[in-house]
Design a protein around this ligand. Structure first.
Ligand code: GDP
Length: 537
């Protein structure tokens, strides 16, 4: 595949040229499919680090971290997302990390708003799992192209053709393998490169800690060496050819087909191929549509969107960091930018580029890059920052919460701190904080995609805002967007309540889907819109 990566198109201006060199993507997968392992392997191949194991150690990482991150670590999960950047074959690859635990999938949704492509990592034995499907739906909703990697081929698993059927039936995308495994799952010898017909033979290294050597052999030599195993791969590839499972850039870009690769992240097999496909086929950053419908070309003056806000990354400074995806223009540290929501200017003196757990000053960034801004207390998830020419990007959709609790300050004399904490956690997107007419301002309702988000609230309210909370579960599980004129009718229904978002949108929440259907049946004129990327929609 080496020969297939085109040189970036020569472009007229430096910004467009820098954008063309960039690939910004995230990995979506079910926990344990190997996302951390693949991230390390990619970084290793990209030369970002000398040896695997440095990107995201799941345990034993020391340093200045906040209590709540320690709490997450103790549970073997990481909720701190960062971006990993490395150069590879004259391109710049930005891999945006996503949290591993399903309860924090809302963070993953936001990261998907900041990438141009997703890599869907599938465990060869388990196939399409729940969380993979949920995140795939978000990609489909956003129209993101998806590259599929079948991982753990070194271990016994399903048959490759059966996996292709499963991907097609579950996602609706036509899988178009670019490589095909030589050897069944558990006996991974190498891959057949469908574009050249060659055999790429892998060799193991101790522990997979270094780049795995690979040789490229022609079909004749492969047949001599591998015998039946090679012939099986050739026959299966002929079946794929006959069924039209052939890579097509247009259907890939439209999300109708997905190139597939086979890999073993832990052995570093198939990682080069993934990088080559990213460079050759994944989209570079391109014009982004603004809320008014106009597209902002990458060559326009600087603009970017906040996709994540994180507090307490550094306990010594009690800082709050906003992660901004650069959408257009050239970002230079210290430049004056404006927050389009507030109209106020924001200092970028403390811009930092984020690499794993290390942070170093970013002097400049280009479309597709991620910049971390400290002292970001005025920035909210979804905010647009710009220089010179004003622009506002559409808000990042808030996803359908499925868990609801009512919150109260344990100590009423700490109500001020309680309110401050709630506002902060809402603007960071830790949970959605909703107002209930029935319950009053003292008792907001918190809405989450996963219940562990509430643990973060409890912990941070106590340790960071010194206002311990009592959370009582509410028996709702379905939310729909409604309009103010329908609120009265809805609020009168049994097992239904109307809650208000900070932006003034009313949400109707129902005990379950049956209750929702019953209300819809009895009152067909009510506006009850599903929230974005709601699977039950
Ligand atoms: P994550 O939860 O998706 O980040 O998954 P990890 O990267 O932590 O991997 C989960 C487990 O699967 C770990 O024990 C890994 O060593 C193992 N693993 C990851 N990739 C492979 C692979 O390609 N082959 C095998 N056999 N194990 C793998």
């Amino acid at each position: 595949m080496t020969a297939q990566v085109p040189d970036p198109e020569p472009a007229a201006d430096p910004v467009t040229a820098q954008a063309a060199r960039r690939r910004t993507f995230a990995v979506i997968s079910h926990p344990d499919a190997g996302k951390s392992t693949l991230t390390e392997a990619l970084a290793l191949h990209g030369g970002a680090i000398a040896e695997a194991g440095h990107v995201k150690a799941k345990s034993g990482r020391r340093g200045v971290v906040s209590d709540w991150q320690e709490m997450e670590r103790a549970r073997g999960i990481s909720i701190s997302s960062a971006a990993l950047q490395f150069e590879y074959r004259d391109h710049v690859v930005n891999l945006l990390d996503t949290p591993g635990h399903a309860d924090f999938s809302e963070d993953t949704y936001r990261v998907l708003a900041a990438v141009d492509c997703a890599v869907m990592l599938v465990d060869a034995a388990k196939g399409m799992e729940r969380q993979t499907m949920k995140l795939f739906d978000v990609c489909a909703y956003r129209g993101l192209p998806v590259i599929t990697v079948i991982n753990k081929w070194d271990r016994p698993g399903q048959e490759a053709l059966a996996l292709m059927d499963e991907i097609e039936s579950r996602t609706g995308m036509v899988p178009t393998p670019l490589t095909w495994p030589v050897g069944i799952a558990g006996d991974f010898r190498g891959v057949l490169d469908r574009r050249t017909g060659d055999y790429v033979r892998f060799s193991r290294t101790a522990g997979g800690a270094t780049r795995a050597p690979q040789d490229r052999l022609d079909a004749g030599t492969a047949a001599e060496r591998e015998g039946d195993v090679w012939h099986t791969a050739v026959e299966e590839v002929a079946l794929l050819e006959a069924s039209g499972a052939v890579h097509d850039p247009e259907t890939f870009a439209a999300g109708a087909s997905t190139p597939v690769l086979f890999a073993s992240a832990v052995l570093n097999f198939g990682v080069d191929q993934l990088l080559d496909v990213l460079l050759a086929s994944a989209p570079a950053p391109s014009a982004r549509r603004a809320a008014d419908g106009h597209a902002r070309p990458v060559g326009a003056p600087f603009s970017g969107q906040v996709f994540k806000v994180q507090a307490g990354m550094d306990r010594a400074h009690r800082d709050r960091m906003a992660f901004v995806r650069v959408c257009s223009g050239h970002f230079e540290r210290g430049m004056a930018v404006v927050n389009s929501r507030t109209g106020r200017s924001f200092s970028t003196k403390y811009a930092q580029q984020v690499f794993g757990s290390d942070r170093s000053g970013a002097e400049e960034a280009w479309p597709g890059d991620v910049v971390g801004l400290v002292n970001a207390s005025s920035l909210h998830v979804g905010d647009t920052l710009y220089a010179d020419e004003p622009v506002t990007f559409p808000p990042i959709p808030a996803f359908a919460p499925e868990h609801f609790v009512v919150a109260r300050a344990r100590d009423v004399s700490r109500y001020k701190q309680f309110q401050r904490g709630m506002a902060e956690l809402d603007s960071e997107g830790v949970v959605q904080v909703l107002r209930s007419d029935r319950r009053g301002d003292q008792s907001p309702v918190l809405a989450a995609v996963g219940p562990m988000q509430f643990d973060v609230v409890t912990h941070r309210m106590e340790h960071e805002f010194h206002a311990p909370v009592i959370l009582e579960p509410l028996g709702y599980s379905v939310a729909r967007r409604t309009i103010p004129t329908d609120v009265e009718v809805l609020d009168a229904q049994r097992n239904v309540e109307v809650l208000w978002r900070i932006d003034g949108t009313p949400l109707a929440v129902f005990s379950d889907a049956w209750r929702l259907s019953a209300v819809q049946r009895d009152h067909p004129r009510l506006v009850l819109e599903p929230l974005a990327a709601d699977r039950s929609a």
